[in-house]
Design a protein around this ligand. Structure first.
Ligand SMILES: *Cc1c(COP(=O)(O)O)cnc(C)c1O
Length: 362
């Protein structure tokens, strides 16, 4: 049996440290915005090379808070990709804005930066690129088009914690970066958690206010805010795992490269465009033989999944507003994509078993 991610194995490797530190935190009883939350924010900001890292309750909230802080509101248009998890578009809708979808590139599956300009209208206020599956989007082109049209850029880094473009990390290039610590993400906690990174002091201040009931001073509420804080116990876990994140991401790359070497003549393996460092949140291939491969993997209890089976513009929730939207590359990709198990602890024997199973299925 090979799961998509082996959280149990990772926990067993860190168990002693996690259990000890959790009990210490329980003894301190500072559960809301406590010392571990503050320390984690400092460590994350330092590691990512950003001025501010503000934790919150989830990656979805990180996107919502960033849009609020950036002043995106009713009737504004936000350009993004349809080939992503729904949270990217949900957050846009939470502030009353309208998601406008641009097609993806057939090789990297990231937003096609060359198509953004044509989607800009009078109402466009921001762009949300998603660093899909852990590969950085073309931020140079995206920042250039944003600058030309005076648009804000908010990066969805839910799948790309620690991924770099040159010396910069994803989440430190646009106005804000939104991270998720959902358990299966590259840096995952044991529940929900998220974080906004920014180099902008005013945005950081707004995030702090919005995540804590609209208050910068206790019992003084300047705006209607939210209850969206990272849990102290999750911060304990994140601080322990964060020490290993570079190693975890490198190990994910090892697994991916071993897969690609063995599968390159069998399926279309992920394309690294070299713009940044792919940290392989998912290892996603393209193939016409999904119907043969997936049951063969499942028969051996090997994890397999389609990320994503339905693009956002074809979701029921967006039925009305997306009538007539056509995104040919996205619509073709969802028919051919499938993801394989990838986690830092995966052994070469496990990788070979997955590859051999695929080879005999096709
Ligand atoms: C996971 C994910 C989110 C949402 O994060 P949560 O912590 O689950 O709320 C947003 N965007 C993308 C691309 C994701 O993969």
């Amino acid at each position: 049996m090979i799961p998509m991610v082996d959280l149990k194995l990772q926990y067993n490797n860190l168990k002693q440290e996690i259990d000890t530190k959790i009990i210490e935190a329980l003894d301190k009883t500072q559960f809301i915005l406590g010392p571990n939350v503050q320390a984690f924010e400092k460590e994350a900001a330092e590691h990512l090379g950003v001025k501010h890292a503000l934790s919150c309750a989830s990656g979805t909230d990180a996107l919502h808070l960033a849009l609020l802080a950036a002043g995106i509101s009713e009737g504004d248009e936000v350009i993004t990709t349809s080939f992503t998890f729904i949270a990217t578009a949900e957050a846009i809708r939470y502030v009353g804005a309208i998601p406008v979808y641009v097609d993806i590139k057939a090789d990297t599956l990231n937003i096609d930066a060359d198509l953004i300009e044509a989607a800009i209208t009078e109402k466009t206020r921001a762009i949300i690129p998603v660093h899909i599956f852990g590969q950085p989007a073309d931020m140079k082109k995206i920042m250039a088009v944003a600058k030309k049209h005076n648009l804000l850029v908010i990066e969805d880094c839910a799948q790309s914690y620690g991924a770099k473009i040159g010396n910069e990390t994803t989440g430190g290039i646009g106005l804000a970066g939104c991270h998720s610590f959902f358990p299966s993400k590259n840096l995952g906690c044991y529940g929900d958690g998220g974080m906004v990174t920014t180099n902008d002091d005013a945005i950081a201040e707004q995030i702090k206010i919005y995540r804590n009931h609209g208050s910068s001073e206790r019992y003084h509420h300047d705006v209607i805010g939210y209850n969206s804080r990272l849990d102290e116990l999750q911060a304990v876990i994140l601080r322990i795992k964060h020490k290993h994140i570079d190693e975890y991401n490198n190990e994910r790359r090892r697994v991916a490269h071993s897969y690609s070497e063995q599968l390159k003549d069998v399926v279309t393996v992920p394309f690294e465009d070299g713009i940044g460092t792919h940290v392989y949140h998912q290892y996603t291939v393209l193939t016409d033989k999904r119907d043969a491969i997936m049951p063969a993997l499942s028969a051996k209890e090997i994890g397999n999944a389609i990320y994503y089976p339905i693009p956002l513009h074809q979701q029921k929730a967006f039925e009305k507003e997306c009538a007539g939207v056509s995104l040919p590359v996205t619509e073709d990709t969802i028919k051919h994509c499938m993801s394989l198990p990838v986690f830092p602890e995966m052994t070469e024997e496990q990788i070979k078993l997955v590859c051999d199973t695929i080879k005999s299925a096709v």
